[in-house]
Write a protein that binds this ligand. Sequence first.
Ligand code: ACO
Length: 327
Amino acid sequence: MYYSEIAGVGSYVPEKMVSNVDLEAFIDTTDQWITTRTGIAQRRISTGEKASQMAVKAAVKAIKHAAIPIEDIDLVILATITPDFFTPSTASLVQAELKLKNITSFDISAGCTGFIYGIQIADQFIKSGKSNCALVIGAEILSKVVNWQDRNTCVLFGDGAGAVILKRSNREGILYTYTGSSGDLEGLLTLPAIPLKNPFYIDNPISDQPSYIYMNGKEIFKFATNIMLQSIERVLKETKLTIADIDFIIPHQANFRIIDYVAKKIKAKTGQFYKNLDRFGNTSAASIPLALDEMVAKGMLQKGNRVIMVGFGGGLTWGSILFNWVR
Ligand code: ACO
């Protein structure tokens, strides 16, 4: 029986910081509305960098942190809804940039839950013996797919990337993984792909939608609070642990109010849920590894700590991972 463990983490955000006050200059919003409704004060925005470039920077840091030879990596999984291209995959671009040879690489699309899905897949590759060492990345340039005239969405998102090295181990690092989806709720959060405009095209309102994020914020809010709670409870039940046995919970960073609601419902201790969205906004698939890397950089994780990562997103999708920090 093989196990997998998180051996290294890294992250990268663009230099350009955009505050709520900066947004006031061109949309009808206020710093006060954004901070009280979401907890976001600022976000990082790409001024030209692509998802693959940010992903490589996060990956290089994770490889260095794991102190592994780069040739050990035999699998690259990259979660994104904002790839550089539909094909080649962003994972393939990362593979090329890192000069990795003859390995498996692919992107996955599970919205903001993409990183959780990625860890689950990599863990299965490792446990089945197909992979020894995986690079799992969440990288997003949401700033290219938000409508900057739509105050309902553009204030919420930011750009960034986070990466982990997941490697085969005789220690039980990843303890439990869980994912789910409800495609019937897809209309609550959409990002249309290239519209159909072939010579045989017949008018169709669905294929005419512009490629911007649309979100029914109120419904997503309700969904998120329920599913985050359920996803944490599922992990605890399956592993016969209680919330008191968990050192930290790293939730998808979408809204302070969602996180605080879940923390209260599950009777978490103060500080048990980690939050950094005040500085980065919602970076979709990058938000959880970005938060994990920040916690590691701050020295918050001690060997033996039990940590839950939990997320939700477009699809709709959700999931949770319980791991032991073994470094
Ligand atoms: N500035 C000022 N006013 C605004 C803004 C803004 N940026 N955005 C909306 N408003 C207005 C609305 O127009 C509305 O005005 P009205 O009452 O005159 O119609 C009013 O504020 C209230 O709007 P609500 O939608 O009721 O605001 P709410 O309290 O629900 O907060 C929010 C909105 C922050 C989007 C919240 O619903 C939310 O966080 N939802 C979940 C979002 C989320 O988790 N997204 C991530 C999904 S998955 C992924 O990560 C991709």
